[in-house]
Design a protein around this ligand. Sequence first.
Ligand SMILES: [Zn+2]
Length: 316
Amino acid sequence: MKIKTRSKPLPLRKLDVITPRLSPHFPRLPEMKEDAKKQGRGYSGETKVDYHLEILASRYTLLDDVYLHNNGKNFQVDSLIAANHAIFIVEAKNYMGTIIFDSILKQLTRNDGKIESGFEYPITQAKNQKFHLQNWLLKHQLAHIPIYYFIAIADPSTIIKVDGNREEISKVVAHASRIPGMIIEKDQELAQAGNAKLHDYRIGKIILRECGVYDMNIMEQYGLTCRNLLPGVFCPGCGKRGMKRIHGGWICPKCRHKSHHAHIKEIHDYLLLYGSITNTECMWLLRLTSRSTATRILQKSGLLYLNGRKCWIKRT
Ligand SMILES: [Zn+2]
């Protein structure tokens, strides 16, 4: 059974909200767009791997995107499978072209047909995660559980090559479609070796209870202040910013598209970045001239008003 599902990572959601609101001349905009692209590629790879791992949900306990805290440090695992005799961690990797695992120098290179680039060695990364998880389990009286890791190559068209020990690499690296079979096989091997049967659901629940959410202060990360953000309502029709308020809705001066609810997304995006919104902030965000319109919009938006702080927040 899957007890934790994946959603789009918060830093990526925030980048998606911020970048369209920045002036095209903002110096770090290209870097932000590149980071968003990279994170988006990672997320897409993880969801592709999820699709293949799903088959294990009928026999084991699955958790996507596990983010835990141990000894003052956080660590993250793309997919965690509490099986009958071990915990399996799966790291998703989304590369285009050909990748070469150098088992001697412990490095990964990728050739996309044009350029060769180097990446952090995924096996070292997975080993570190295993080490962190082992320490975490020790702290939670679960030190008896063995942990194994796999690197799932998300895209079936990625060509995997090895420089060095092919056998060693092929034991832990494979295209995503092969990973469930490798997990089942290892789990059965452990059963035959006489390993104790685990309460996988109970273990999964203990991990779930301690899971946090990975977040980042994007504004600080890219040296942004709210002054860098441009206000206005985006048109759902043509994507341009600057819809005008008309009676009971919005109209786009560029494509004449009309919308009743275009402001809802803007308010929710603002809450994603700042956590709360005041009447004045709402007027700025939606470029409203009337205070009472802002109040009316906020009252109808299903948010919760905090009297003491004079602002609106999301209902939980
Ligand atoms: Zn438009």
